[in-house]
Design a protein around this ligand. Structure first.
Ligand code: ATP
Ligand code: MG
Length: 569
């Protein structure tokens, strides 16, 4: 490719809307352009990277026994009504109506389509297992589309669905995908970690996320400093630490006047009661029913755990007005004593004695409150968010935390969709059975952003070789000088005829400008043809991730480049 003909509109300035490095660099280097919030065009260089990621994903899916199809993006509402998700999916689903007033969705995911298809066309155990996948645009009207390709509203996903006759079969399919995903992220040269993930309300089902490690990742991962336990913080199990249990005698409950003191910190400041000796009471609506969640004053509620426990479709924080109407007090004065709705109490509260909390009366709190004596729990469950320093749920080690970008998610669905959409087959004994399903996603476009997040410096992107848009850029220092241009052209053609993807920067620009662009777009190897070296029949070779420049003989270029490209992977 000639740089003079390549469409790569680079920007000098950092675009103001781009907060994180991958978003900034993909815009600046001319890989993507925004069309509207969360919707992007992939320019030639960007689309080349996308295709390379797709190819690696495709090869590994095929190797694991997957068969590629292409399903429709437009999906009829009936299928979603049948699965029960038309109402549940909520505002994240893009919906449209055709000329006959029929409802459709732009596919946010494809369980409904694939399960219906397999149900219609697979009858016997002999046809199972079946692993079907596609690579395609997905549509989700995310509340906060941001960070460029990281969280788009239109994005590219690989989604595979497995159909097995029984749980043992699902275990095998799941394991195949687990292995294939590891191969994919290794081949992409990304530093990643596999973590236990939340598997939703159906519970008990296995799920893992593949996280590319990055400071700007939206996900928090906790991992044990001793064993190999690692989980998304949304999922991380909290155990109770026996050492923590307070041994004090149970004291008489007292009501105290706390005018204007509405937060945990206010009670710390005025009464010197540490936050770990207070409880907080949070009010939620779960599918319309008001409830209270109670946990230690210095802890965060994990809404996902609570939602999974309740098995509800919608869980959101209650508004002040509804809370006042039922509890007779505002947010800052709530507590479990005399609470009129069901109370879900965090496990850790069982270790607390004589704690403080709101009195359900504005400007009053109680002290010396005790679970059991002063109030009853509807249920005692693990609903807090794990934090650094917590005891590991598997060993006596302690939890640490890092941030990550979720690039892949594998999930045992079990019978959830086969039941709703009646995907059945006839087993060996002639009996009708439900198929056991799994689903496995990779965010292809998000992976491109994650790769940049992990591979850049002050000058631009440093593409990992397996997904670099081109391997080599050949830069004649002065494109007007015939000898330089001739050598550059010969080197460039030699590379091409050896199957190496190369650009020749034939533009009539200063060398400095060309070097800057080469760095910005992140091509792994730069070959510079300059006057001095050329006298010795030499060129300069620079690897994008190193500072030093090597002089090499022109006739050695191909073998050197091959060693770098094929040797480094
Ligand atoms: P998240 O928690 O980030 O919203 P999710 O759980 O909704 O992700 P899945 O439904 O499991 O994601 O989708 C599979 C993969 O698709 C994810 O692992 C991620 O890599 C990618 N993905 C999901 N949502 C987006 C998005 N809005 N933009 C880009 N990629 C996405
Ligand atoms: Mg999501």
């Amino acid at each position: 490719m000639k740089a003079s003909e390549l469409f790569f509109p680079t920007l000098r300035e950092v675009p103001s809307e781009a907060e994180i490095i991958s978003h900034q660099l993909l815009l600046r280097a001319g890989f993507i352009r925004k069309t509207t919030a969360g919707v992007y065009t992939y320019l030639p260089l960007g689309y080349k990277v996308i295709k390379k990621i797709m190819n690696i994903v495709r090869e590994e899916m095929d190797r694991a026994g997957g068969q590629e199809v292409l399903m429709p993006i437009i999906q009829p509402a009936e299928l979603w009504k049948k699965s029960g998700r038309w109402d549940v999916y909520g505002d994240e689903m893009f919906r449209l109506v055709d000329r006959h007033n029929r409802d459709f969705a732009l596919g946010p995911t494809h369980e409904e389509i694939i399960t219906t298809l397999v149900d219609a066309d697979v009858q016997s155990y002999r046809d199972l297992p079946l692993l079907i996948y596609q690579i395609q645009n997905k549509y989700r009207d995310e509340i906060r589309p941001r960070f460029g390709l990281m969280r788009g509203r239109e994005f590219i996903m690989k989604d595979l669905y497995s159909f097995d006759p029984d749980d043992e079969g699902l275990d095998i399919s799941y394991h195949k995908m687990y292995e294939a995903y590891n191969r994919i992220f290794q081949r992409l040269s990304l530093q990643y970690r596999v973590v236990e993930a939340d598997s939703g309300a159906i519970g008990g089902n296995e799920s893992h996320e593949f996280m590319v490690l990055a400071e700007n990742g939206e996900a928090e991962i906790v991992y044990c400093d001793t064993c190999d336990y690692a989980a998304n913080v949304e999922k991380a199990v909290c155990t109770i630490d026996d050492q923590e249990s307070v041994q004090d005698d149970i004291l008489q409950i007292e009501k105290i006047h706390t005018p204007g003191q509405r937060t945990i910190q206010d009670i710390v400041d005025v009464f010197g009661i540490p936050s770990r000796r207070q409880v907080k009471t949070l009010m939620y609506f779960a599918d319309g029913e008001l409830l209270a969640a109670v946990l230690r004053g210095d802890r965060e509620l994990n809404e996902i755990k609570l939602k999974n426990y309740l098995g509800c479709n919608q869980l959101f924080m209650a508004d002040q007005e509804s809370v006042m109407a039922v509890c007779g007090a505002g947010f800052g004065s709530l507590g479990p004593v005399g609470m009129k709705v069901k109370i879900y109490v965090d496990l850790e509260v069982t270790q607390m004695k004589n704690f403080a909390c709101g009195a359900n009366e504005n400007d009053y709190h109680y002290t010396n409150v005790n679970l059991g004596r002063d109030f009853a729990a509807e249920k005692i469950i693990d609903i807090r968010t794990a934090v650094v320093g917590d005891e590991c749920p598997h060993c006596s080690g302690h939890l640490q935390s890092v941030r990550g970008i979720e690039v892949g998610h594998i999930f045992k669905l079990g019978l959830k969709y086969s039941q709703a959409l009646e995907a059945k087959f006839i087993d060996q004994k002639g009996k009708e059975q439900l198929m056991v399903m799994g689903c496995y996603g990779i965010g292809v476009s998000r992976t491109m952003a994650a790769a940049v997040e992990q591979n850049s410096d002050a000058n631009g992107i440093i593409w990992p070789i397996p997904i670099a848009p081109y391997h080599v850029i050949v830069v004649p220092v002065n494109a007007k000088k015939e000898d330089q241009m001739n050598t550059a052209q010969a080197v460039y053609e030699g590379l091409l005829s050896n199957g190496i993807e190369a650009i020749i920067d034939d533009r009539d620009e200063r060398a400095g400008v060309k070097f800057k662009d080469a760095d910005l777009i992140g091509i792994p190897v730069r070959i510079t043809v300059g006057p001095k070296a050329l006298e010795q029949n030499q060129v300069e070779l620079k690897k994008r991730w190193e500072n030093n420049i090597e002089l090499i003989a022109v006739e050695k270029v191909i073998s050197e480049v091959k060693a770098i490209i094929y040797g480094r992977e």
